[in-house]
Design a protein around this ligand. Structure first.
Ligand code: SF4
Length: 292
């Protein structure tokens, strides 16, 4: 990960370098609904990998259950389709077994913030060097569009027909509170910005999180007056503010607006390094005890 490509990337070159795309001649297509924001998130991750010149043989993506769960299969890197909510647990195991790996979990909002919340916050607390991409489409799309921990107040879903009356998590604030050392947010409107956020997150040494707000016009949008992908892109354009020290923390899911950009960055010792140092210390002690 020594250098970074900065020039514009021709799509065919990007696809050759990073993608394992469906066989169009055999009639295969991407398994997302037409126009889904997941395609934009996938392209942003592909561009970040390309720009960082990652050795894809040393990259492992880990996913759980959800529409995003197949995304990792579309890269030339290795992919583990883990159990629902357990991507961080798998990622920790991979990184401890081989610290040279670049580990990226690709999780949905329900996956990371509901069933996987405990795994997520404890991975953040440990500051282990993995990158968590939370793809937030405001509900459980994979199972029909039920409300989830990121559904906005008043959001209409399959299981909140009169409007969701639970307050949503702010995934980024949760990550910062838990100890993550790089936290950023972007949206499916801001494709270039999202690429930059992912590039910085992967480069960061420590636990990094990128929340990608992603439109699901088919399920969440249909019930909330935005059944077209283009309506969502406009919505994200008009309802985001670039984070600055002055705005930081003043807008959030409750306000209907989102901060985008790097919300938090700090440097502190990383878990695998501390684990290795402790193991070496214990080995020294055991050696000294054996020598009497
Ligand atoms: S259900 Fe929603 S999130 Fe899932 S693939 Fe379709 S548009 Fe995308």
């Amino acid at each position: 990960m020594a250098t970074t490509r900065t020039m514009a990337i021709p799509m065919d070159e990007l696809a050759r370098a990073t993608a394992r795309l469906p066989d169009a001649e055999a009639g295969e297509t991407l398994r997302y609904c037409p126009g889904c924001g997941l395609g934009i998130v996938q392209s942003a991750l592909a561009r970040a990998m390309y720009r960082l010149e990652l050795d894809l043989g040393s990259v492992v993506t880990v996913g759980g259950s959800g529409c995003y769960g197949i995304m990792g299969e579309y890269f030339q890197s290795s992919h583990i389709h883990g159990a629902h909510g357990r991507a961080c647990a798998v990622g920790i195991g991979l990184k401890l077994a081989n610290p040279k790996l670049t580990v990226i979990t690709i999780q949905g909002d329900g996956d990371a913030l509901a069933i996987g919340a405990s795994h997520f916050i404890h991975a953040a607390r440990r500051n282990i060097d993995i990158t968590v991409l939370i793809v937030n489409n405001f509900g459980y799309a994979n199972t029909g569009g039920q409300y989830g921990p990121s559904t906005p107040l008043g959001g209409m879903t399959e299981t909140s027909p009169a409007g969701c009356f639970e307050y949503p998590f702010d995934a980024c604030r949760l990550a910062i509170g838990a100890g993550a050392t790089f936290v950023a947010r972007s949206t499916s409107y801001h494709a270039v910005h999202m690429t930059n956020m992912l590039e910085r997150a992967i480069r960061h040494k420590g636990f990094s999180v990128v929340e990608a707000l992603q439109h699901c016009h088919v399920l969440y949008g249909k019930r909330n007056g935005m059944p077209e992908a283009t309506q969502w892109l406009r919505h994200f354009k008009e309802n985001t503010v670039r984070v600055t020290p002055e705005t930081s923390g003043r807008v959030g899911p409750d306000s209907g607006k989102w901060e985008i950009g790097v919300l938090h960055e700090q440097h502190k010792p990383e878990f695998v390094e501390m684990y290795s140092a402790t193991a070496a210390k214990l080995a020294d002690r055991a050696g000294a005890a054996a020598r009497g």
